[in-house]
Write a protein that binds this ligand. Structure first.
Ligand SMILES: [Zn+2]
Ligand SMILES: [Zn+2]
Length: 121
């Protein structure tokens, strides 16, 4: 339950750590739409609530998981929309001059990033 660094952020491709008691890293958490953000808080409180027992507790945990998954999916959808490179972990093309395919190609997807790619010769 406790740990100085927390667990890995569950958003796909994110290598940041979530703080203890946080669902995801702070930059990603901030991107969760308000209603989903609130749903996670509310259901989390219920799921952790010691006054709930048996079926009610199981139901609360299920609702928390749904809210959590929806929040993660919402952030991942936003990231996917903004992503320019399909293979890069941070969503951005990364030009690597040591690439075999050429000095202007993306390290991750090998797209040609040369500004004058259309002009040859
Ligand atoms: Zn993250
Ligand atoms: Zn790329």
């Amino acid at each position: 339950m406790s740990g100085a660094t927390g667990k890995l952020c569950p958003v796909k491709g994110c290598t940041a750590h979530a703080k203890p008691n946080q669902l995801m890293c702070w930059p990603h958490w901030r991107r969760v739409p308000k209603p989903l953000n609130r749903a996670v808080f509310d259901t989390y409180a219920d799921a952790r609530g010691r006054e709930l027992g048996g079926e009610a507790r199981i139901d609360a945990i299920r609702r928390y998981r749904e809210a959590r998954d929806a929040a993660i999916a919402a952030v991942e959808a936003k990231e996917a929309e903004e992503r320019e490179c399909p293979s890069s972990p941070d969503g951005k093309h990364q030009i690597d001059t040591s690439m075999e395919s050429g000095p202007h190609h993306c390290f991750h997807c090998e797209a040609n990033m040369r500004p004058d790619a259309r002009v040859r010769g």
